[in-house]
Structure formats: structure tokens, C-alpha cells
Design a protein around this ligand. Structure first.
Ligand SMILES: [Zn+2]
Length: 238
């Protein structure tokens, strides 16, 4: 048992975070965001109707325009612990193992690839993700279309949803990933959203801040050894 102890950014003010795609996202053009949305996504957006109280947060629009997602002002909380992760983590013989149940329409192969990314060489940490038959345990991971994401975030512009790679609510135990992006981007997004599941909300924005240079850093968004060490600090000690 470990100690009883992971979008972009922004000010949408919900209990979760949603992650705009930064440089890791789709190809960017100086011509601006609209030119980046594939035709199939634009077609899927054709029937989108915005709510009366919709908004397009400036941070997301800026990320979409520039291709660089800015970190939000909230930093990672050093002592955040997700009870689901803590309860499913054990340490033996110097190796910390976490076994998480998951459900949802996400593909098993994507989940297993990302679990392997988090595990790394397996010498200090191993992450196992086990498919559950119900949503009653573990984390629900769903793939959403761009219009679905735009509705979820109450955007006025459907296409702006394309700039969101994923979203996570660690305590609500759900993650979603934008299904309209490449497999490589989905993989990176799920790496990052799992990071929110483990580490809570927030992102590092300056050198020296917790998580800088790792998966929670928008410039990187890949699992590094420093991320595993952060995980071990939170969950691996007896
Ligand atoms: Zn994030």
C-alpha cells in the first residue's frame, strides 16, 4: 500500500482541466487555426449549434492560433494524491507497481502503449491498466469527437474543440481524448491526462516548478524519468 494518498490550461473554471494541443498537436500553420482543421472535422462540425452562454476562452484560441499551449496559472499541488491510485499501488523489492482499472470506448492498444510509456524500463515503476466490465471502478477513458468536445466545453466555435487534445478530472475519475487527432497525438494526450490523474490539476510554466521538463510540461508532454520519480514520491513510499 502506498501512502494514502493529473487541459489545457485555462480559465474555464471547472473541476477538471482540458488540454489544448501545443506544439505536440497537429501541424500548425501561420495562416491560422481554421486552416488546420481537417475537412472531415469541419464536416462533422457542420451541424454544431452553440449554446447561448457559450464562450471561446482566450487561452485556447491563442493556443489554436499559435500552436503553443500556455500553461495555466495553477501549478501542480506537491502533495496531491488520487485515492484510486494510492489504493492500487504497492511497493515490493524496490519496485512500485500500480494496477488501475479502466473502462470506456478507448482502444486497448492505446491504453497499453501509454501504460508502457509510463512504466519505462520497469526498474522502479510499473503501471498496469486492466479493462473493467463496468464503470464502477477505476477510470473511465473515452474518445470524443471534436463536436462532442466543443459541446462539453461550451465553446461557441466547434472547430475550437479540435485544439483540445484531452481533458481529465482526477477525482471524477474520467479522462477523454480527442479522437480526431493522429494516433501519435492521442498517445501523447493520454500520457499527459494520466499525469493529471496521478498528479492533479495544473501545469508547470517556469523552470524549477514541479513537473517542469516532463509530461505535465506543455513543451514536452512526454513521460520522463522525473515524472516516474514524482510518482514514486507521491505513492511509492511506505
Ligand atoms: Zn494538462
Amino acid at each position: 500500500m502506498g501512502q494514502s494518498a493529473v487541459g489545457s490550461s485555462r480559465s474555464f473554471g471547472s473541476s477538471s482541466t482540458s488540454d489544448s494541443l501545443g506544439s505536440a498537436g497537429a501541424a500548425r500553420t501561420s495562416a491560422g487555426f481554421s486552416s488546420e482543421v481537417p475537412r472531415r472535422v469541419a464536416q462533422a462540425c457542420a451541424s454544431f449549434v452553440a449554446a447561448a452562454d457559450c464562450r471561446d476562452p482566450a487561452g485556447v484560441k491563442e493556443a489554436a492560433r499559435t500552436g503553443v499551449a500556455s500553461a495555466n496559472q495553477n501549478q501542480l499541488a506537491p502533495r496531491f494524491q488520487n485515492p484510486d491510485v494510492a489504493a492500487n499501488t504497492t511497493t515490493a523489492d524496490g519496485i512500485t507497481g500500480t494496477t488501475l482499472g479502466f473502462s470506456g470506448n478507448v482502444g486497448d492498444s492505446l491504453v497499453q502503449q501509454v501504460a508502457s510509456d509510463w512504466t519505462g524500463n520497469g526498474k522502479t515503476f510499473r503501471l498496469s491498466m486492466i479493462r473493467q466490465s463496468t464503470e464502477s471502478s477505476g477510470v473511465t477513458i473515452n474518445m470524443l469527437s471534436t463536436p462532442e468536445i466543443a459541446r462539453d466545453l461550451n465553446f461557441c466555435t466547434c472547430a475550437l474543440g479540435y485544439s483540445v487534445g484531452g481533458r481529465a478530472d482526477p477525482m471524477g475519475r474520467w479522462i477523454y481524448i480527442n479522437a480526431d487527432h493522429s494516433r501519435a497525438t492521442q498517445r501523447q494526450s493520454l500520457q499527459h491526462e494520466l499525469g493529471h490523474y496521478f498528479f492533479g490539476r495544473g501545469h508547470p510554466s517556469r523552470p524549477g516548478q514541479l513537473g517542469w521538463g516532463g509530461v505535465m510540461d506543455y513543451r514536452i508532454q512526454r513521460v520522463r524519468q522525473s515524472d516516474r520519480e514524482h510518482f514514486l514520491d507521491l505513492y511509492g513510499r511506505q
